[in-house]
Design a protein around this ligand. Structure first.
Ligand code: DQA
Length: 149
């Protein structure tokens, strides 16, 4: 069974309340429910976490690297300036995909740059909660399943 993790960064716990014009009114709990139900149908074991702390993201990246087949990260605002997270991702031996709910390229200048995406296999942004589902699909195609070699 494919094991995938999702790491969500700061303020994503506030979805549903924060900037609804950008993020809509969906909560993180609802997003997680949709992603879990997709993963269940695909036979994927999913671990999801959210933290508002940079160091906790680094520790999770280090820990998950040895436990999972791949993971998805939404570093939230850390995307734009955290070399600490970028370095942790660079040291990570399993495939990582960066996701964003919003299309960061169409927003303020400071959001157009990701310092973390170059340390990932790729980035998916702008599809709301579907960004996560697209990233799971991408990971499935990257990680050979058992018996496939
Ligand atoms: C975000 C985009 C970031 O710029 C922002 O700081 C977030 C959410 C997104 O998913 O669209 O917190 O990562």
């Amino acid at each position: 069974m494919l094991k995938i993790g999702i790491i969500n960064g700061p303020n994503l716990n506030m979805l549903g309340k924060r900037d609804q014009k950008i993020y809509g009114n969906i909560t993180l709990k609802e997003i997680n429910r949709k992603i879990k139900s997709f993963a269940e149908k695909e036979g994927i074991e999913l671990t999801i976490m959210q933290t508002n702390f940079e160091g906790e993201i680094v520790e999770s990246i280090q820990k998950l690297s040895s436990q999972l087949d791949g993971f998805i990260i939404n570093p939230a605002a850390y995307t734009h300036y955290s070399y600490v997270i970028a370095d942790a991702l660079r040291d990570c031996p399993i495939p990582v995909i960066e996701v964003h709910l919003s299309n960061i390229l169409s927003r303020e200048d400071f959001r157009r740059k990701s310092v973390t995406a170059p340390a990932c296999i790729g980035q998916i942004a702008g599809f709301g909660y579907q960004s996560y589902i697209l990233a799971i699909r991408a990971l499935c195609s990257l990680v050979p399943s058992e018996g496939e070699g």
